[in-house]
Design a protein around this ligand. Structure first.
Ligand code: NAD
Length: 532
């Protein structure tokens, strides 16, 4: 059993919440709810730690992150088990899409923080400003707040935490109330890495605060310098308003309704396997999962038959069982959302080819992998995020129609296009989404160097990659005058200034060398008179 704030252990935190295994319903642990005072204290503590952490040479911060990657690898089995017990996903997914992605992110941040923080000389173009030297340098923002969801309880917060730490920031993470233990494991890994690098005696620059929505609200109200929020659109909107109230910069990584387009020249065996995996992995609870599948009419029935065959072979069960392909949904509430969308579609004429029902015989959160057609674009199944193991397939006749269908969404997180490379790439360029994959899906999230983020309602800003690191730093422009004893000609008094300055402007911008030289000749005596 863990305290709500791992390092800021407040005995006065009375309120508690508990977690349960979504597959078995078995209670897991209980945690204290971090109060606003707890959150403020955690932020104050890491702000103190940020002083030494930001002054540490980059090479040593990177060494800590490389150590983190090593520890994630050492602890991969136990971490995968914790993730599966809290989120329900199969162990294989916990390993690949959480632990490995997190380890990759740690190494990427270690390798690239120095790249984004490299300072550069800023040239002065205007001749009047030439006697100065300018330099653009980058510094950490200070304290980054991270609010995370439950569906990738390690890889999502870890990528943000590592980007923040690598660039010299301190971090306070508020994980989902459904997956706090995974976040506490992450905190333990970072602490162990600091210990191993001989920095364990110093205040920790990373803390986890556990709790529900109000704990997240307290983090937004606290003395943080930026927030990275990943979660649903409705919560994201509330978060954006709260951040706007205090002009707090925020990255919003929100929901998606990702389209998959299967062109007439796609390899149908590969594309159908992709559609099934892309819609069912993590029981469909992936922000970049296949939520809508558009298939060229000429290959529609073959594609459908292959999907049906592959879905029928999926094993649904506890993610901790080695041969499970599809685990439970995170909660009964999530199951009700999925079931409602499917039932509404069915009532309006959609055809369910397989699945379409809860599986109470396995547990209260299991839903059968579902293939559904004859859906209308107005149905909630096609407009709202489903976040369940449901594959809706719709035929199209032309590329233009497929592009229009894919883009007719208020979301724009990711998409995939399947077909001959040149053809599919040309279509991919016309899709309005933050990430578009050709002949692959979802894996863009696992590419540490690739930026992740969405358009439209799917969010603001980017995480991952160099862009994700850049979100954690701010520019400082330092300008040094090389003639410190010279008063500037454009200072007071203004009397007599306009004519020489107009001539000077001609010297800089007038067309033709002759006119510019003539302007210079006029400028010099006028300025000399003014200097007296
Ligand atoms: P959620 O919005 O319910 O909760 C996200 C986090 O916000 C949780 O930690 C929660 O406790 C906290 N929270 C709740 N109310 C808050 C408030 N008023 N102020 C501050 N924090 C608050 O989302 P969820 O159910 O945990 O996650 C699923 C959603 O996340 C889906 O919509 C999914 O698409 C989205 N998601 C997006 C990405 C992405 O990268 N774009 C990645 C994963 C998940």
């Amino acid at each position: 059993m863990e305290s709500g704030i791992h390092l800021v252990n407040r005995p006065d935190s009375q309120e508690r919440f508990s977690t349960a295994n979504p597959a078995t319903g078995e209670p897991l642990s209980d945690y204290s709810v971090a109060s606003a005072a707890d959150v403020f204290a955690a932020v104050a503590q890491v702000r103190q730690a940020q002083l030494w952490w930001s002054r540490l040479p980059q090479i040593r911060r990177s060494a800590v992150l490389r150590r983190v990657a090593q520890l994630l690898n050492d602890r991969k089995d136990s971490l995968a088990r914790v993730i599966t017990s809290e989120s329900g996903k199969p162990l294989q997914e916990a390993l690949l899409s959480d632990v490995m992605v997190a380890a990759d992110a740690a190494v990427f941040c270690a390798d690239n923080a120095a790249v984004v923080m490299r300072s550069e000389r800023i040239p002065h173009d205007n001749p009047a400003l030439r006697f100065k030297r300018g330099r653009l340098s980058w510094e950490p923002l200070g304290v980054i707040g991270v609010i995370a969801p439950w569906n990738y309880p390690l890889s999502i917060p870890a990528a943000d935490v590592f980007a923040a730490l690598a660039t010299g920031n301190a971090v306070v993470l508020k994980p989902s109330e459904l997956t706090p233990e995974t976040a506490l494991e992450l905190e333990r890994v970072v602490s162990a890495a600091l210990d191993a690098e001989g920095l364990g005696a110093l205040p920790r620059p990373f803390q986890v605060v556990t709790g529900l929505g109000p704990t997240g609200q307290a983090l937004i109200a606290s003395d943080i310098d930026k927030l990275v929020f990943t979660g649903s659109v409705p919560t994201g909107r509330r978060v954006a308003v709260a951040c706007a109230e205090r002009l707090l910069p925020v990255i919003l990584e929100l929901g998606g309704k990702d389209a998959m387009i299967v062109l007439r020249d796609a390899d149908l065996d590969t594309a159908s396997s992709a559609a099934v995996w892309g819609s069912m992995m993590n029981a469909g609870q992936t922000c970049i999962s296949v939520e809508r599948c558009y298939v060229h009419r000429s290959v529609y029935s073959t594609f459908l038959a292959r999907c049906l065959d592959k879905i029928s072979k999926l094993k649904v069960g506890d993610g901790a069982t080695p041969d499970t392909d599809v685990g439970p949904l995170i909660s009964f509430k999530q199951l009700q959302i999925v079931d409602h969308q499917v039932e509404e579609a069915r009532a309006l004429g959609a055809i369910v080819h397989t699945g379409g029902t809860p599986m109470p015989q396995l547990g209260s959160n299991f839903y059968s992998p579902t293939l559904i057609t004859d859906v209308e674009s107005s149905m909630s199944l096609m407009t709202e995020e489903t976040f369940g193991p449901v594959l809706p397939v719709v035929p199209f006749s032309t590329d233009e129609e497929a592009i229009a269908l894919a883009n007719a969404s208020e979301f724009g997180l990711a998409a995939s296009v399947w077909g001959r490379t040149a053809h599919a790439t040309a279509v991919a360029r016309q899709i309005a989404a933050g990430t578009v994959l050709v002949n692959d899906l979802i894996s863009g999230f696992a590419v540490s160097a690739a930026p992740h983020g969405g358009l439209k309602q799917s969010g603001i800003g980017r995480t991952h990659g160099l862009l994700g690191l850049q979100e954690m730093i701010r520019p400082r422009y330092l300008d040094v005058d090389l003639l410190p004893r010279m008063k500037k000609l454009w200072w007071y008094p203004y009397s007599g200034l306009f004519a020489p300055m107009a001539a000077f402007m001609d010297f800089v911008h007038a067309p033709g060398l002759g006119r510019r030289l003539a302007a210079l000749l006029r400028t010099i005596p006028m300025l000399l008179i003014r200097r007296r």
